[in-house]
Design a protein around this ligand. Structure first.
Ligand SMILES: Nc1ncnc2c1ncn2[C@@H]1O[C@H](COP(=O)(O)OP(=O)(O)OP(=O)(O)O)[C@@H](O)[C@H]1O
Ligand SMILES: [Mg+2]
Length: 365
């Protein structure tokens, strides 16, 4: 998947920005507050019409204006295609190859990209819920049935919790608990199984990418933790282990009015040279690891869809040493990459690609 032309006619502080990216590396540089991240954010919107920075669509409308409008030509499925997005305060519209789509978010699945911004360091430094969210979004993208399963699971846990909240020790309530335990173990078993499978494949790619970034000096691994139960790998075993764990924790759950076991409590650890990187990794190592996970996510998208996602890397260069930066600038072959950075000397080390200077919402040629 390659973007051939971007037209950001009005978006945040960007005005009439039009450029033709390289099919390899594109470095977007400039001083703070000029519009670099805004360009990355605009490109990301084509993936699903949802920002990675804000939930509020209206924030992207330029100050004192009524709408934003962005358009992109890209090469996919062996032909040139176009997506145009526009939005005012109340409605979003999507056009694919000039035809208006039924729903603005039908765009999902047309254009693939992965974004890495400083906030994605939460993949390493953040709590378990942020890490689970990363897995859930990534798996749902590849397998829409997973998203449905997950929402059924979340609903079942909520209902079990509601039952625990007003528990009066009646036999009817115990029967109800049995029902929820069975439902939660069945759905939870499937979810954990999918997550384990995904983490396995992700790890395989991430190890390779991290090895490249660190020039073979450090070894990365990822471990999924089935919190509060024995680690199992097969769906049936996982389901049985969860069912057991729910039974064992029943008394406590009634006391605490909360379901304490299941994939909604799981976590994963990123390990570098046998130590948890969250506690022992340096800033550069943590950033390299988070980046490797994101790029590995892109490799898995490619495996399934046969299209290489575009990599959007916002501010990755700071905290990386020269050899790690060189890997990003020169070794991501076959990828179209957009990198934003402040320091233009980094640009000069590119062996190929294009660089664009952003100043006050415009690209300076
Ligand atoms: N809706 C909007 N309308 C107009 N300008 C906006 C809007 N939202 C943000 N901006 C402006 O966009 C600029 C920030 O752009 P951006 O985040 O892309 O900067 P940047 O070049 O990435 O800077 P840094 O190097 O600090 O990350 C700010 O000056 C901000 O005031
Ligand atoms: Mg920025």
């Amino acid at each position: 998947m390659k973007i051939t032309k971007l037209n950001l006619s009005s978006f945040r502080n960007l005005k009439d920005v039009e450029f033709f990216p390289d099919e390899g590396i594109n470095v977007i540089y400039g001083e703070n507050g000029q519009g670099k991240t805004n360009i990355i954010e605009a490109i990301w919107l084509f993936t699903g019409f949802k920002s990675f920075r804000t939930r509020k669509n209206s924030e992207m409308i330029p100050y004192n204006e009524e709408k934003y409008e962005i358009s992109m030509d890209y090469f996919s499925e062996n032909r040139e295609q176009n997506i145009k997005l526009s939005s005012d305060i109340s409605k979003q519209e999507t056009y694919k190859n000039g035809v208006k789509m039924v729903s603005p978010r039908s765009i999902i699945g047309e254009f693939f990209s992965v974004v890495f911004s400083p906030s994605h360091l939460n993949l390493i430094k953040g709590g378990p819920d942020e890490k689970r969210k990363f897995l859930d979004i990534a798996i749902s993208q590849l397998k829409p049935s997973y998203a449905r399963m997950l929402s059924d699971y979340v609903r079942s846990v909520k209902q079990r919790n509601a039952l625990l909240k007003n528990f009066n020790d009646t036999s009817y309530e115990y029967d109800m608990l049995d029902c929820w335990d069975e439902r939660i173990s069945t759905l939870g078993g499937k979810i954990t199984f999918e997550r384990l499978k995904y983490v396995d494949e992700l790890t395989e790619s991430a190890i390779e990418i991290y090895d490249g970034i660190s020039s073979g000096k450090e070894i990365l691994s990822v471990k999924y933790n089935q919190v509060g139960r024995e680690a199992k790998n097969e769906e049936k075993e996982i389901t049985d282990a969860l069912c057991d764990a729910l039974k064992k924790s029943r008394e406590n759950d009634i006391k605490n009015k909360f379901t304490s076991k299941g994939p909604h409590r799981d976590d994963f650890e990123v390990i570098l040279n046998s130590k948890n990187i969250k506690n022992f990794g340096s800033q550069g190592q943590q950033r390299s690891a988070a980046l490797s996970l994101k790029l590995a996510e892109a490799s898995l998208i490619k495996k399934i869809n046969d299209e290489q996602p575009v990599a959007l890397l916002d501010d990755v260069m700071s905290e990386l040493d020269t050899s790690r930066q060189d890997y990003i600038l020169n070794k991501l072959k076959d990828w179209q990459v957009f990198i934003s950075c402040c320091e233009p000397t980094q640009v000069l080390r590119m062996q190929s690609g294009k660089s664009f200077k952003v100043e006050n919402g415009k690209i300076i040629f």
